[in-house]
Design a protein. Structure first.
Length: 566
């Protein structure tokens, strides 16, 4: 090895200080009884929070101390804004190695709501992970209780101080909470200059110019006009095309706690946009992240990053502006992931018909393989919202989870999980995974993360105007795994934009660290790799946004590995 590496092996519930060692050759550092400790943690979680016998994904919401119920602020679903729903994020706000939860909520609103104002005051909620399988409401103590009409949440360390900050997308001005590092947050929206005044449906953190500072792209939806509801009463309420679109915003981080709106000068101004989801990832491998926007009832955008100087929309040429029938769909959300295992990042987009799976063909070209993959017909009777590529059983193949729910009514639909067959096709196996998947819910946002640090991915789901759900993954434990936590030094502190490849047993997996990009929500910031039967990782390569490359060899599996940029 030609480079030195700063590596920390973080094992949950070993309460020794983190050790940062810079060595000429990689040396593993771990707490005592590491694998034994991991097994004991998993066993403790399992015993303390029982679920339905035989379920591979167990609903442990109540047992975990989570009582969150989403509130759309109205007696009935009366407009497109109320239908958007709420999002959530797994993140470690107090940096103790445990994934906490922040959830966005609606509230009775004078413009949006038609029913009587409820005496129950709802709001966003921050839950702290206590490390014993349970959560505690820390909203009041942390000062993160935003009483706006909130829809989405995304997290990023915009000031590079080591503590993740929270950005909440609202109907009306958005909110930026700066993490003070002591369990509390401060609303710094006004000083930062990132409030806006649109109907924001999502946001993503990215370092578009690779200067080590996280910038912010905010996706905006429609200019809601409540007076139009009267004309559309027989149809329920008017759809998104009946309203004017709103331009998205790109805010450049100035490095002093403030941001500058550079939307126009970067070539991103689109006043007709109706964004539902937004994400950023480096698709062409040039080190500069692209921006993908899922638009409702109009073509999607794919903004090619021109070396940090400007952006160009290439969605039509890339083949992802429309579905395979050449139609602009009601795109809700999407997920990036290499489901074929060939090293290229593919794209899945949910909508109100068959959903779209786009296979990356290289050269910034994609092809819609929804039908031949087996996903289209199996999802055609549902309205898809949140989606994530997820290796639920740690067999090295990225499967696909989708939340579903009716569009214009609070009618429930079953959520779905598709197993990756390893040959380019998927099989829906929802019914095999547990009783939850036979329940009809009005699914919206969802975040994926290993909340109990046992090496498999759990799921938290926000359902429109009803109780949320935490599903603990109890699939077979014989397969090995790795979680990679990145710490940037020359790059942004979160390592957002970094590409990590993991090779074990001749199989190479590639993933990129992103700052959002799931429907109204954000997943566990640690990159997860299932390793099947392989208990040793032959090679890990990290390509940082700064251009630095780190190589690690002969790494033990079944650990949470923290890699600090050198």
């Amino acid at each position: 090895m030609n480079e030195t590496h700063t590596i920390v092996n973080r094992y949950p519930f070993c309460f020794t200080p983190l050790l940062y060692l810079s060595l000429l050759f990689f040396t593993a550092v771990a707490c005592n009884n590491d694998n034994e400790s991991l097994s004991q943690v998993s066993e403790n979680f399992s015993h303390q929070l029982p679920g339905e016998e035989g379920d591979l994904f167990k609903d442990i919401t109540v047992a975990a101390g989570i009582s969150f119920e989403h509130n759309m602020g109205d007696d009935y679903l009366t407009n497109v804004i109320e239908s958007v729903g709420g999002g959530c994020v797994f993140f470690d706000y107090n940096q103790n190695g445990l994934m906490d939860l922040y959830i966005a909520n609606g509230i009775h609103h004078d413009v949006l709501s038609s029913g009587e104002r409820s005496s129950l005051i709802s709001g966003n909620v921050l839950y702290e992970n206590l490390g014993n399988g349970r959560f505690a409401d820390r909203t009041q103590q942390s000062r993160t209780g935003d009483l706006s009409y909130s829809m989405a949440v995304t997290v990023g360390d915009f000031d590079n101080d080591g503590f993740p900050d929270i950005y909440v997308s609202n109907y009306g001005p958005n909110t930026l909470f700066r993490n003070n590092g002591d369990g509390t947050f401060t609303d710094v929206t006004e000083r930062a200059g990132v409030a806006g005044n649109e109907s924001s449906a999502g946001a993503v953190w990215l370092d578009y110019n690779r200067n080590g500072l996280l910038d912010l792209y905010v996706a905006n939806y429609v200019e809601f006009n409540p007076n139009l509801n009267l004309a559309y009463a027989p149809d329920g309420y008017p759809g998104p095309l009946n309203f004017r679109g709103q331009p998205d915003r790109l805010y450049r981080n100035n490095g002093d706690g403030t941001f500058t709106d550079v939307t126009v000068e970067m070539g991103l101004y689109r006043p007709e946009g109706r964004a539902m989801g937004v994400g950023s990832i480096d698709i062409d491998g040039d080190g500069y992240p692209e921006i993908f926007v899922a638009n409702d009832a109009m073509p999607n955008y794919l903004f090619k990053n021109n070396q940090g100087e400007s952006f160009t929309d290439i969605a039509v040429r890339a083949g992802i502006a429309f579905n395979r029938g050449g139609e602009a769909t009601a795109s809700m959300a999407f997920s990036f992931g290499d489901y074929t295992g060939n090293g290229d990042i593919d794209l899945f987009v949910t909508d109100d018909t068959y959903n779209s799976l786009y296979q990356n063909r290289g050269g910034l070209l994609f092809s819609d393989v929804s039908f031949q993959s087996g996903i289209a017909m199996a999802s055609g009777q549902h309205v898809g919202w949140a989606a994530s590529f997820i290796d639920y059983n740690n067999n090295t193949l990225r499967d696909l989870f989708i939340t579903n729910g009716e569009l214009k009514h609070t009618y429930g639909q079953e959520d779905q999980l598709f197993r990756n067959n390893g040959d380019g096709s998927f099989t829906e196996i929802s019914a095999e995974l547990g009783s939850y998947f036979s329940q009809a819910r009005v699914g919206r946002g969802a975040c994926i993360g290993d909340y109990d640090n046992d090496g498999d991915l759990d799921i938290f789901i926000v359902n429109l105007n009803e109780a949320s759900v935490l599903l603990r993954n109890d699939t077979a434990k014989e397969n090995h795994w790795l979680l990679v936590d990145l710490i940037g030094t020359r790059s942004n502190r979160d390592g957002i934009g970094a590409s990590v490849s993991v090779t074990a047993g001749g199989i190479t997996q590639v993933a990129q660290k992103t700052g959002g990009g799931h429907y109204l929500s954000q997943n566990d910031p640690r990159l997860h790799f299932g390793l099947a039967e392989h208990n040793v990782i032959d090679l890990i390569e990290v390509k940082w946004p700064s251009g630095a490359v780190q190589i690690l060899e002969n790494i033990s599996a079944n650990q949470i590995l923290t890699i600090e940029e050198e």
